[in-house]
Design a protein around this ligand. Structure first.
Ligand code: ADP
Ligand code: YYY
Length: 673
């Protein structure tokens, strides 16, 4: 997961390969709650691991369910006939799929509960659900603004007697989650009589109700509905029974980004477009109908029970005019596909977007305009016209409003015909439903040749290159290449093989270097099966590395390995010849240096802190000898590239040096300050 302040996507050109999608959020949180209300233990497989399921699991633990999270499944032992633990204060983040159904379920049980969330959660309406519950006789107070969380359920003295004989009326035209919440909660009290729910106003987002009904059936609850989806009847004597094992299907809304990707991007060499795994034509999720919308815009899609294959068909995409009520979440992705269409696309009947994680109509309009599109925003519609020509596209820093879907949608703007990068602010917000979204995206996309950015940080030993480069990489979400480690490992491998490091053994050492079985894993370095992280960091290993690095064949043998680090979304490379030889076209090259005195002192402190005894004047003599060898060798000598910026950090802290490099980098990006 990317937890950086922003993530810059370089211009992307093609896509191909398979993507395994995470579990559906809607199904995951419903299954968790139903398991919690059932008697017995439910094994939930392929559960989505995300912010929203995390808050639900935490809440269920708090109210007394036993939750075991194993590698293969999450196992929940439900409350059954037991009363929930009380009092309990439940924090539900920004998870509507936790707040609404939990409110309803807890309101039909005994106990004293407070339910709250993040600030945005407290702006998302819940009044219609509370009205319906109060109608029944539940005692619920608003702790903040009327009609919004946080809430207080006051059943500490037991469940009040409920008025269940008359139909329960709930509005269906603001959020279908209110009806879902009641459908999941009312079976708890459908003991001696049928319970009837009447929907007031037209029911929006029916597909989500369909998911609710399907899942209720799996947990033993039969609900009858009329043909118009206005009246729902829960049979007397209903009782939750755990189905034992439940598989969560992959998220059909998450599939929309990869369906759109397949429709927008030319297929990468050797690929037939994009294959989405985990969800297909047999899905119970309404958002699977996004497939039809994408086809209408030109995508070529084939499908099986749990897979989809997408290829680019019509190009440019065809503009559409569509009522999106049936696919409220996935339809946001159409707004980004519209940027690649041959005219104006109109998305209608999307008023519910206004009360989601953010006001999504406003967000899509504002951010789309930043890219150069012409967008008309109505109370319940969007009209999107792409930038008139490639030259009209603009490089934009996309604000994401803590809304996962805004972030995922706009990542697709990186295929813009102008070849501009796209900045996604707060990429972590995708954690709500798809924590590894960007990793998945980078796994199946290709950038223009040479367009994956590289920042080179070269310089003498102990100038702080490694420290600064690693931190710059962390702050940008880029990969990190410690090229010195390659020479250190080669020297180590040569010594282990009994080879003296000199010109007579050059060919054999180069052979070793070419097939180096090196493997980097969470800060550890492995040579075949041996961990060498510390062994290659000694002063002696550094000196040996310097010797081995003077052998031209060895340098040549390590070129491909170093180039292989240039992968999406970008690379920070530290060494001696990153800017001069390995990545000569890098858009930013820094030559980091500091006085010999200062460097000797830093190395001294570094060694002492690791418990290794050292002597400053010896260290200084050694490092000057190493500098001289590195700077005077015949191939790829250490020197600033012609276009490098020299940074003497003798008087700078690590943070200041990092800020300077990031400052230079940002100044070269087209996003403004
Ligand atoms: N600007 C700086 N000010 C003070 N100490 C620094 C600075 N940069 C790096 N250091 C310290 O100097 C030591 C050597 O840095 P390192 O990154 O290993 O250098 P290099 O990779 O250039 O050999 C580390 O302990 C690091 O924390
Ligand atoms: N790109 C590179 C990186 C390192 N080397 C050589 C020269 C250095 O003395 C050794 C060890 O490099 P390393 O960066 O690990 O050394 P320091 O951490 O700066 O002491 O490898 C090189 O020739 N080219």
């Amino acid at each position: 997961m990317f937890t950086t302040e922003y993530l810059d996507l370089p211009p992307l050109t093609s896509a191909g390969g398979s993507v395994q999608l995470p579990g559906s959020k809607s199904i995951s949180n419903r299954v968790l709650l139903l398991s919690a209300l059932s008697e017995g233990t439910t094994e939930v497989r392929d559960l989505l691991a995300s912010d929203d399921t995390r808050v639900m699991l935490d809440a269920l633990r708090q109210i007394g369910c036993e939750v075991r999270e194993d590698a293969d499944a999450v196992r929940i032992t439900g409350l059954g006939a037991k009363a929930p633990n009380s009092p309990a204060r439940l924090f539900l983040g920004n998870a509507g799929t936790a707040m609404r159904p939990l409110t309803a379920a807890l309101a039909l049980l005994s106990g004293d509960f407070e339910l709250s969330g993040v600030a945005r959660m407290h702006e998302r309406p819940i009044g219609d659900l509370i009205d319906a519950l109060r109608q029944l006789g539940c005692k619920i107070d608003y702790l903040g603004n009327e009609g919004f969380p946080p809430l207080h359920i006051r059943h500490g003295d037991g469940l009040p007697s409920l008025a269940l004989s008359a139909p329960i009326r709930v509005r269906g035209d603001v959020s279908s989650q209110f009806l879902t919440a009641l459908l999941m909660a009312l079976p708890l009290v459908a003991k001696s009589q049928d319970i009837v729910i009447d929907v007031v106003g037209e029911l929006i987002s029916r597909p989500y109700i369909h998911i609710t009904l399907e899942l209720l059936a799996r947990f033993g609850i039969v609900v009858q509905r009329d043909d118009n989806w206005q009246r729902f009847t829960i049979a007397a004597g209903s009782r939750y029974v755990s189905p034992g094992v439940v598989h969560v299907e992959a998220d059909a809304s998450s599939a929309s980004y990869f369906i759109a990707l397949g429709a927008i991007a030319p297929a990468s060499d050797g690929h037939e477009g994009i294959r989405v795994l985990g969800v297909g034509q047999d899905s119970i999720q309404g958002d699977i109908r996004f497939v039809e919308a994408a086809r209408a815009m030109g995508a070529e899609i084939s499908s099986g029970p749990n897979w989809l294959q997408i290829r680019r068909g019509a190009w440019p995409l065809k503009a559409i005019d569509m009522d999106c009520n049936h696919i409220p979440d996935a339809a946001m992705t159409l707004a980004v596909m519209a940027l690649y269409a041959d005219g104006t696309t109109t998305l209608r009947n999307i008023a519910s977007w206004r009360v989601k994680e953010t006001d999504r109509i406003a967000a899509m309009a504002t951010e789309g305009r930043k890219l150069g599109a012409l967008i008309e925003e109505g109370p319940d519609y969007l009209k999107i016209t792409p930038p008139p020509s490639p030259a009209d596209w603009k490089a934009a820093s996309i604000h994401t409003y803590d809304d996962h879907r805004v972030a995922m949608c706009f990542s697709l703007a990186a295929f813009n015909p102008a070849g501009l990068p796209v900045r996604i602010e707060d990429p972590r917000c995708v954690a709500k439903t798809f924590p590894d979204y960007f990793e998945a995206l980078f796994g199946v996309t290709t950038a223009r040749a040479g367009q994956i950015p590289v920042i080179c940080i070269d310089g003498p030993t102990a100038s702080g290159k490694g420290t600064v480069a690693a931190e710059v990489a962390r702050r940008l979400g880029y990969r990190f290449l410690d090229s010195g480690a390659m020479y250190r490992i080669t020297a180590y491998a040569a010594t282990q093989a009994g080879l003296i490091i000199d010109a007579t053994h050059e060919a054999r050492i180069a052979e070793l270097a070419r097939a180096l079985p090196v493997h980097f894993d969470e800060g550890k370095i492995w040579l075949h099966k041996q961990e060498v992280t510390n062994a290659i960091r000694t002063e002696e290993a550094g000196m040996n590395a310097s010797k081995v690095s003077a052998l031209p064949l060895v340098r040549l043998a390590l070129v491909d390995l170093q180039h292989s680090f240039q992968r999406l979304p970008g690379l920070v490379a530290d060494g001696r010849d990153m800017g001069t030889v390995i990545f000569p076209n890098a858009p930013l090259k820094v030559f980091l240096t500091a006085s010999a005195e200062c460097r000797a002192e830093r190395r001294y402190k570094q060694l002492i802190s690791k418990g290794i005894s050292a002597n400053i004047s010896d260290l200084r003599a050694d490092l000057e000898a190493r500098d001289a060898r590195d700077a005077n060798r015949s191939v790829a000598p250490m020197k600033p590239a012609q276009d490098a910026l020299v940074l003497d950090n003798s008087r700078l802290s690590v943070d200041e040096a990092v800020d300077q490099v990031i400052g230079w980098w940002r100044a070269r990006q087209p996003f403004g300050a």
